[in-house]
Design a protein around this ligand. Structure first.
Ligand code: HPA
Ligand code: ZN
Length: 358
């Protein structure tokens, strides 16, 4: 492992943009299909991976919804979540706020309870086994109508104490946040936090709508906000967290290469960016891989990596005391690392290690 990889792996971090259905690995797809006696349109794991050549968000979503069709039981959702947590425990992940798409499952006949109970039990086990805390965010599918989102919110009612917030995902273009104004208002009145995907493929106007109409607490992605200087100013002034997903952006052709990714520019502009994986099984990397892939081409400094890690906790739906404990752990880690690596904040993340200062 390079010094950079070691530094990143040990840095305490949170993941705030993770679709749990997007952590379904091809091997798991076959295992779940087998135990649920379902046929797959793929002959092998290699065939599945070969299908993961996307040219935009919709290409990906078509295969992602198809993949989720193998999830049938609470045990499947439990196992899916636990496998994800086991993977990110090795990445220094301490807290996750995970999305799930209930409509993807209820629309194929599963009771609402199956996904939510399976995930909650996987989350509880992850806390016991790996010490990772987590919160659950219910996403509405924006290609469906607002009545369907209302029906989902109603189905979720018995679990609202265990669900932290609502989100908005799926096909962005043509489905602006304003389409979901009433259901987000209703979610807010029920004490739920609100987030929305905006500015991944959609224009800056969708980010404005997410802020002004949906009253979101975070923006998921937000890349295209950089096209609008007044919007950047607003996001910076509000300290709005952006859950940025480098490898997703690369795979879905939101950026041509990671050297051109806006993450560094966001930090330079004073935006509160975080690093996340989105759909790690489909986009070629879990949380740590996103950090390791983005840092060198962008020349992120250690101080910037520390800022990104701190943003992931201050942008999470944790209490101030919980967030403060994670920030203290980051500071302690940076001090511990001082004797064995370049001084935090000096030089770029890609620079080779040099002797520690005396
Ligand atoms: N964008 C929109 N919807 C999604 C995504 C995404 O990256 N992943 C899963 N659903
Ligand atoms: Zn997403």
């Amino acid at each position: 492992m390079t010094d950079l990889s070691v530094f990143i792996a040990g840095l305490p971090k949170a993941e705030l943009h993770l679709h749990i259905e997007g952590s379904l690995e091809p091997e798991q797809m076959f295992a779940f299909a087998r135990r649920n006696r379902l046929a797959l349109p793929f002959a092998s794991v290699e065939d599945v991976r070969a299908a993961y050549a996307f040219s935009n968000l919709q290409d990906f979503l078509d295969i992602y919804y198809q993949g989720a069709g193998v999830l049938m039981t609470e045990q499947d959702f439990h196992d899916l979540a636990l496998a994800y947590f086991r993977r990110v425990a090795a990445d220094g992940c301490r807290h996750v706020e995970l999305f799930f798409d209930p409509q993807t499952h209820t629309d194929r006949g599963l009771p609402f309870r199956v996904a939510v109970e399976g995930l909650l039990s996987g989350m509880a086990e992850a806390q016991r086994s790996f010490g990772i805390t987590s919160k659950l965010i219910l996403c509405f599918l924006r290609h469906l109508d607002e009545d369907a989102a209302f029906a989902t919110l109603k189905a979720a009612e018995p679990w609202l104490d265990a669900i932290t917030g609502v989100g908005l995902d799926s096909s962005e273009l043509g489905h602006p946040p304003s389409k979901f104004a009433r259901v987000f208002k209703a979610a807010g009145e029920r004490g739920l936090r609100r987030v929305a995907h905006a500015g991944e493929e959609g224009p800056p106007a969708y980010v404005w709508e997410a802020l002004d109409i949906l009253k979101v607490d975070r923006i998921d992605h937000g890349n295209r906000a950089l096209e609008d200087a007044a919007l950047v100013k607003r996001l910076a002034a509000e300290g709005m967290t952006l859950t940025v997903c480098p490898l997703s952006n690369l795979k879905l052709r939101v950026v041509d290469d990671l050297a051109a990714h806006p993450l560094k520019r966001m930090l330079d502009l004073g935006l509160k960016a975080t690093v996340n994986s989105d759909d790690p099984a489909y986009f070629g990397g879990y949380l740590g891989e996103n950090w390791r892939a983005a840092a060198p081409p962008l020349g992120l400094t250690r101080a910037e990596l520390v800022t990104l890690a701190k943003n992931s906790f201050t942008g999470a739906f944790l209490t101030p005391a919980e967030a403060a404990a994670h920030l203290a752990a980051i500071d302690a880690y940076v001090i511990r690392r001082r004797g064995s690596s370049p001084v935090p904040g000096e030089g770029t993340a890609t620079r080779a290690a040099r002797p520690a200062p005396r």
